[in-house]
Design a protein around this ligand. Structure first.
Ligand code: BG6
Length: 460
């Protein structure tokens, strides 16, 4: 018996990104991005030394892959354009890239799979990183030019765009921790990077609106609800600060057109405010998003600062709170992330109540698992019941949020087929399809088959 029916026209699909799937990193006239460069100079930073050059080779397999999307009833797919493929020198258009993206978009539409196209997924062109990437305000203008070029080339068919995927991640991983290139640990620089990214998003939205293309534009944020250890004032304050830094720093300006005053105050107190210019405020105010994509994997649990402060890199967000291990937590041990399905409901209600009930969709949700071959049956199908359960439980909570009035229009998983991950390469697999990276063969997993039926019934 069907218990959880989703709204008519609900988007069911999966997300991916250019660098993680296309491969062909040195083909088709593509310029280098920071991942290509970092792999060249420090291959040992990547799991088993596997870099971004091949990945799952969507560049050569897109036709059959899109057919596979259709086979499991996906009605939508989100991926990104590679900036360094489209504009290898930042200015001149690479016709081979245009041909490739045109073919992908046309093939998706031919198969009734609505494309959602994202412009930036962690992949700064290397020549722009050489002039300091997002720390340099000129790069904001370069991004606006890239965005305009993409709208002009593909906007006749792509009707849903997003400017950034998880813009806080390059800040957190590349400027507050040394996990992503350029491996800087400096909060003042991190704040500038975040601010310029936000300006770039607003400017791209402005370009889109000027072109009157009759579509919608949004941003994809990884919202990690911040749960305090207790209701004590100091724990609540710690959770509020974590929320300001990691959620509201992009959520508020993107949806409400303004930064939270508490965030500005906090940054000011610690001399961390970025340089601003006349017109910035209006740019952000006037260019809010039409819709929001939300990536949800795990919550953030915090308590007041109890451990000694490490000052070796000056002030950092971790000076304001400590992570808290909830005794009842359940973990995905492969990825080291807590599984907390109710988080998606809390997000739905937060958007309903505090963000004008803006239309939004789950843009990523998924479970990365290592050595999945362990669960392969005689027909080569991975019996990933754990993943089905993961999706089911999140969908139930999402359904409750929708029933209670949250304006959610879709659910995308991460991801369609196993793909390359930023540092973990092919360690943890997320796909509906298993990819054998030795021969690029794809095999449907049980979860893919399950998804097909969910879409058919528009629910569980
Ligand atoms: C999201 C990103 O944060 O999580 C994806 O948008 C990423 O690019 C996904 O691959 C899963 O994380 P990971 O690190 O396990 O690949």
């Amino acid at each position: 018996m069907q218990k959880y029916v989703f709204p008519e026209g609900f988007l069911w699909g999966a997300a991916a990104s250019a660098t993680q799937t296309e491969g062909a990193a040195n083909e088709g006239g593509k310029g280098k991005n920071i991942w290509d460069h970092w792999y060249e100079i420090e291959p040992d930073r990547f799991y088993q030394d596997v870099g971004p050059s091949e990945t799952s080779d969507f560049y050569h397999h897109y036709k059959e892959d899109i057919k596979r999307m259709k086979d499991i009833n996906m009605n939508s797919f989100r991926t990104s354009i590679s900036w360094s493929r489209l504009l290898p020198d930042g200015v001149n258009i690479n016709q081979e890239a245009v041909d490739f993206y045109n073919q992908v978009i046309d093939e998706l539409l031919k198969n009734d799979v609505t494309p959602i196209i994202n412009l930036y997924h962690f992949d700064m062109p290397f020549h722009l990183q050489e002039i300091e990437g997002w720390e340099n305000r000129e790069v904001v203008e370069s991004f606006a030019y890239y965005a305009k070029t993409a709208f002009h080339l593909f906007g006749d068919r792509v009707k849903r765009w997003t400017t950034f995927n998880e813009p806080i991640v390059p800040v957190e991983m590349g400027y507050l921790n040394d996990f992503h290139y350029p491996c800087v640990v400096d909060m003042k620089r991190a704040v500038t990077v975040a601010y310029h990214t936000m300006l770039a998003s607003a400017m791209a939205i402005g370009e889109y609106r000027n072109m009157n293309q009759d579509g919608e534009i949004g941003i994809i944020l990884n919202l990690t609800p911040s749960y305090p250890r207790s209701q004590d004032e100091a724990d609540l304050k710690a959770a509020e600060i974590a929320d300001l830094f990691f959620n509201r720093s992009f959520l508020d300006p993107s949806v409400l057109g303004e930064y939270p005053v508490e965030l500005i105050q906090l940054l000011k107190e610690h001399d961390l405010l970025p340089q601003t210019f006349d017109g910035d405020h209006a740019l952000i105010k006037e260019n809010i998003v039409d819709f929001l994509g939300v990536n949800y994997y795990q919550p953030r649990r915090v308590k007041k600062k109890e451990t000694p402060v490490d000052d070796s890199h000056g002030i950092l967000p971790t000076h304001f709170f400590d992570s808290y291990i909830w005794p009842e937590r359940r973990m995905n041990p492969h990825r080291g992330w807590e599984i907390y399905e109710k988080g998606v409901y809390d997000i739905a209600i937060n958007i309903r109540d505090n963000y004008n009930n803006i239309p939004w969709y789950v843009a990523e949700n998924g479970m990365g698992v290592s050595d999945e071959e362990r669960f392969m049956d005689d027909s080569n199908m991975i019996q990933d019941d754990y993943r089905i359960e993961f999706y089911q439980e999140h969908l139930k909570w999402l359904h409750k949020g929708i029933e209670e009035g949250s304006n959610c229009f879709g659910y995308h998983v991460w991801t369609f087929m196993d793909n390359w991950s930023w540092l973990n390469a092919y360690k943890n697999r997320y796909g509906f399809y298993r990819v054998d990276i030795n021969n690029q063969k794809r095999y449907l997993k049980k979860s893919g088959y399950w998804f097909k039926e969910v879409v058919e019934r528009n629910g569980l």
